[in-house]
Design a protein around this ligand. Structure first.
Ligand code: BES
Ligand code: MN
Ligand code: ZN
Length: 488
């Protein structure tokens, strides 16, 4: 898809010659399009009771009089915000489905299009065309326009252009994350993730190293190894490096949980919905997607992506409850529940991160069911002892429309991890499960500013629309870009 910013022509919006024109009409305003013919068509449709300027309402008009675009799609929005615009555009695109549109133009009545609107449009258009086909080639592809134009005032042209570029890169990153996470665990293996990382590295000039079991043993990642132990599928430890600033500039390190399938191990999960545990590499997928977006946008900042990836399986040699392992940090861990495996692979990756002397480390993980109970499927859980870093991530979350909510990390929660046989246990009681998981990780992050995103509730959807969301690629990309801006 090719995106362009288009200055409103002198003759008005009606003279834009596209195959289809989506006009977003905010419900909280009365402003028209500024085009006589279009405004007349909207007024007539409204008067006839065919259209109401309300969120969720759309109307398809075929060849409106005096309007050059053959098809006009009116779409009501709650207000003129980028968020409401995103929803209204998505509805507009859905309503145009099945009609052959090679050039789509989009406009906001009353104008006021900003970079955020442009970004939202590009992301939504990229996602509208995504269909999972890898193991279902019969799934029908959705034909998407080759060209999408966002109509804007001349004064905002440059800003809108920049927003479209950013949105397209994020959209492609989101689509990549969705595709990886959607693939079943017999396709999306640790080996596959390693190959994907290399492929992205080649395309966007990132340094990519993929370590195998031998190298991981040499590093002393006893905790990570204990999770991979029960599986026949070889583990991988992926290191991706994007160099956008001076070598000496401390990088941002992103660490993604890459459990390609979580059976629970010997602490076996119940059968219901266990298939959804193929999404347990959603954190890793978001790191791949973000590295892709960053590789395309080339901000002036250094970024490292780390992905420990393996399966969590029961077997005759699998780790047993009560086993004690030594992490790369030297701290010993009593594994009371083999289903609390995410923290066991992340802790060694967090220790590995120290060698980069990071400016900040953010880990992303489908870590706990408890986080889904606490926040549902809307907000990701954000944990950080660092108020400044937490603030930056919340700001990135807001600007990317990728919701996150801060959770506590008081030292009182740490008590739950006491063990009689090791420096710590890998689980506490059921109470505050997402917080004790974060407290566990915190024990491995003393060397740098750190934050943790629990995305168990937001990385994928269950039910009839089962599938990966690609979250939080938007949040992470905005965070990295804001850091680049700060350094420039
Ligand atoms: N991958 C799961 C967490 C999860 C649960 C993600 C539901 C998405 C939806 C994780 O490895 C896990 O099993 N966590 C346990 C921890 C418990 C044993 C302390 C959980 O949440 O039940
Ligand atoms: Mn688990
Ligand atoms: Zn898991």
């Amino acid at each position: 898809m090719n995106f362009q910013a288009l200055a409103t022509p002198a003759g008005g919006l009606g003279t834009v010659a596209a195959d289809a024109l989506i006009v977003v009409l905010p419900a909280d305003g009365k402003a028209g399009t500024g085009d006589k013919a279009l405004d007349a068509a909207i007024a007539a449709a409204t008067k006839a009771g065919d259209f109401e300027r309300k969120a969720g309402r759309t109307l398809y008009l075929h060849s409106a009089e005096g309007v050059k675009s053959g098809r006009v799609l009116l779409s009501g929005a709650r207000d003129a915000s980028a968020k409401a615009f995103r929803t209204a555009v998505a509805q507009g695109i859905a309503a145009l489905k099945g009609r052959s549109v090679r050039h789509l133009a989009v406009a906001l009545a009353g104008n006021g299009v900003t970079a955020a609107h442009a970004e939202a449009l590009a992301i939504v258009a990229e996602q509208a065309g995504y269909v999972y086909q890898h193991t279902k080639p019969s799934a029908e592809a959705i034909p998407m326009p080759a060209k999408v134009s966002l109509v804007t005032d001349k004064a905002e042209l440059a800003e809108v252009k920049q927003g479209l570029v950013q949105g397209q890169a994020i959209g492609a990153g989101v689509a990549l994350a969705r595709e990886c996470a959607n693939r079943p665990a017999n396709f999306c293996t640790p080996t596959f993730l390693g190959e994907e990382a290399k492929r992205i590295g080649k395309e966007f000039r990132l340094d990519v190293q993929v370590l195998d079991r031998k190298a991981v043993e040499k590093l002393g990642m006893g905790s990570f190894l204990s999770v991979a132990r029960g599986s026949e599928e070889p583990l991988r430890f992926i290191v991706m490096q994007y160099h956008g600033a001076a070598k000496k500039d401390a990088p941002i390190v992103l660490v993604g949980k890459g459990i390609t399938f979580d059976t629970g191990g010997i602490s076996l999960k119940p059968a219901a919905e266990m298939d959804e545990m193929k999404f347990d590499m959603g954190g890793a997928a978001s790191v791949l997607g973000t590295m892709r977006a960053i590789g395309e946008l080339k901000p002036k900042v250094n970024v490292v992506g780390l992905i420990p990836t393996c399966e969590n399986m029961p077997s005759g040699i699998a780790t047993k409850p009560g086993d004690v392992v030594t992490s790369m940090s030297g701290q010993t861990i009593e594994i009371l529940n083999t289903d609390a495996e995410g923290r066991l692979i992340l802790c060694d990756a967090l220790t590995y991160a120290e060698r980069f002397k990071p400016a900040a480390v953010v880990d992303i993980a489908t870590l706990t069911g408890a986080c889904v109970i606490a926040l549902g499927h809307h907000h990701a859980g954000l944990f950080s002892p660092d108020d400044a870093l937490a603030g930056e991530l919340l700001e990135a979350s807001r600007s990317a429309e990728d919701p996150a909510w801060r959770m506590p990390l008081d030292e009182e929660y740490d008590e739950a991890l006491k063990s009689n046989f090791a420096d710590m246990a890998n689980v506490g009681s059921r109470a505050g499960g997402s917080i004790t998981a974060a407290k566990f990780l915190q024990r491995f992050t003393k060397a740098y500013p750190w934050a943790h995103l629990d995305v168990a509730g937001v990385a994928y959807k269950g039910g009839a629309n089962k599938g990966a969301t690609g979250r939080p690629v938007g949040l992470l990309t905005h965070f990295v870009l804001s850091r680049a801006g700060r350094q420039a």
